[in-house]
Design a protein around this ligand. Sequence first.
Ligand SMILES: [Cu+2]
Length: 396
Amino acid sequence: MHLLPNSLPGRLCAILLVTVFFTACNSKDDIELPDNNIRIRKNAKDLSSQEMADYVDAILTLKATPSPYSDTLSYYDQFVRWHQMAVEKKLCTTFGVAHANPAFPAWHRKLLILYEDALREVSGLDVALPYWDWTDQASTDAVFSPQLMGGNGDPNEEYAVMDGPFRKDNWTVNLFTIRTNYIGLNPHPWLVRNFGATLPGPDYPGYPVSLPTIADINGCLDIETYDVEPWGCGDGRQQESFRFCLEGFLQLTCDGAQAMHNIGHDWVAGFFEVPVDTVKMLPVQAVNSFCDSIMTGTVPNNIRVGSMEPLDVSPNDPAFFMHHCNVDRIWYEWQQIPGNERKYEPVSGAPNGYNLTDEMYPFDLPQFQNRGSMNRHGLTPESMLSTTDLGYDYEL
Ligand SMILES: [Cu+2]
């Protein structure tokens, strides 16, 4: 257990804390959380109206609170940035820790537990993350109701979200994609959604988009192996690795048709066309802060995508966290099968960030070690294997 904070003031504060028997100690290393009971993450449709209101209010408070990890971001946007940093690293190194590799479920479990802790910290309420069961229409209806995430975008407003707590005039998007094939396709500083909409052709996305079914999920749960080499995006071996199956890449190249987690992003975001200008393709560029390089490319200037589509900044839409809570729940369900409890491959020998005891980027960066709360739950895939150790369970 690493309970002592890293900084000297933090350590003095911790010693003082013990000395004066829990007299208030206001170091930023010690966040106050409502209680230490095990939290139950429920299906969104089973939340009471009060639980829905508390969850939404906590998210809005998080957006209005400065990040304790950065001088320039809100606490909510810090989560978007962490996700983007993981993608930036992958764009520069051909591997990263968050996607298309064995740590995908563990990396996102880490992001979610930090997010849940942050919501509890800023609200003072014992908030548990609710999940969106893609196969349950009542769950979909609850998630995208005005009481939770708000609904589909308005076709007359380029599919801007116009209802609910995260509507256009009440929620600002501050971080934009650096993925070369998406820069310019989601320029809106508000949320955009066009549920289930697809476009033909090889890109954006070029395949039908529908939510995963119970059979799809059971197909993944039946797979006994956690992951297999080459530790990337499925290569026609979707049924050989639980992680391939859950993440939802169907091909080694990561292109083409998608399933499960990946297609959930596609479904919420949607794809659409806007009137064509005389210039057909737009040159685009953005800076990748991981390798300090300029990402360049060209994109069709008449294609737009919703906020959940550009992978790096997809947490801009708070529905991201309800989607990923369901991904986490499916991993949890798989872990309940006898023999699967602590399964994880690879233990060692793969690129750094993939292995059981590797620390996960960017949570391991020194600049994010200023609070004990970053390390409370550990930084490795191994430390993410038991939800009970992390303080929560799922109501299935
Ligand atoms: Cu992700």
